[in-house]
Every structure is written in C-alpha cells, then in structure tokens.
Ligand binder design. Sequence first.
Ligand SMILES: Cc1cc2nc3c(=O)[nH]c(=O)nc-3n(C[C@H](O)[C@H](O)[C@H](O)COP(=O)(O)O)c2cc1C
Length: 163
Amino acid sequence: MKVAVVVYSLTGNTRVVAQAVAARLGAPLVTLLAPALRPHAGATFTLGFRTFFLPRTSVQLDRPLPEELDLVVLAAPVWAGRVAFPMRVWLRSAPRLPQSCALVMTGGAPKESAAAMEDFAQCAGRPVAARLYADDSSIRSGQPLPQVESFCGGLTGQSPLDR
Ligand SMILES: Cc1cc2nc3c(=O)[nH]c(=O)nc-3n(C[C@H](O)[C@H](O)[C@H](O)COP(=O)(O)O)c2cc1C
C-alpha cells in the first residue's frame, strides 16, 4: 500500500505524532506550511476566532505529494473545536488525493472531540479508514503513544506481534 502523511503543525505536537506514524508506516512525511501564521501569546484566541469566519491564509506543501497513493494520512490539531484552518484551506483547494484517507488529530483536551474529528472528516471529503487522537500531555510525556501502533496496525492489517 502506497501511503504518505501530510501534517500541519503550529507548535510541533502534531508533527511529533505524524513523524511516529510516518516512521511506523514507512511513509514520506509532507509538511503543510502556512507561513503567515506563527505561534504567539494569544494565538489560541486570535487564530481560534478566525476559525469561525471562512478563514484564508496562504498554504503550501514543502514538497510535492507522491503520485498514485492508495491512502493519505492527514494530521492537524484541533482549533476552536474544528480542524486547524490551514488544513481546511488546503483541502478546500482540491489537492489530488487518493480515494481513502486516515486522520490524526491532536488537542489540549484529554479526550477526542467527536465534533472536531467529524469536521476534519467532512473537510477531507472521502472515506476515513482510521482515526487517531493524541492529547498534548501524552505527546509531551515523550513516551511512545499506544494509539499510533493500533492506528498503523489497523491500516496495514498488521499487529505488533506479526512484525
Ligand atoms: C488557535 C488554537 C485553538 C485551539 N483550540 C483547541 C480546542 O478547541 N480544543 C483542544 O482540545 N485544543 C485546542 N487547542 C490546542 C491544540 O489543539 C493543541 O495544543 C495541539 O496539540 C497543537 O498542535 P500543534 O503543536 O501541532 O500546533 C488550540 C490551539 C490553538 C493554537
């Protein structure tokens, strides 16, 4: 199965999870850049606020997506209960993506927001093969995230014992 991981990350948490997923799947990691957006005090408020008003910002991939993918893993944080808007903006630009996707979300809340994940799925606009949520404190603990193994194992049909 040919897979690539596309990640948007403002402060690095989603990148940590996406890197672990890409390494486990042996997939290339492509970064979605939104150069106009920078982490700053108050970002939760200002960027969160913009999330609600058909936000625009310029976005670009750091390299082209590989051709003829079977599946793309899309990774982005929760912003204001939705998918972070740079990912939304990029998906709205109708990039050439495979029929199937899998979603990785990170957030400050200890539990996944079903509404945020559903928003992400709607933006992706294609069947979702698997979903993973990781919260900030688990990511920052530096410990391996068990959900990465189950997410990737579910995608490849491989359990850790098979490897
Ligand atoms: C603008 C903004 C809005 C956020 N809104 C939420 C939220 O609604 N729910 C939540 O659990 N975390 C929220 N967070 C926290 C981020 O989702 C969390 O810190 C995430 O891991 C950041 O990912 P990143 O480091 O890859 O940018 C928000 C953060 C920002 C910057």
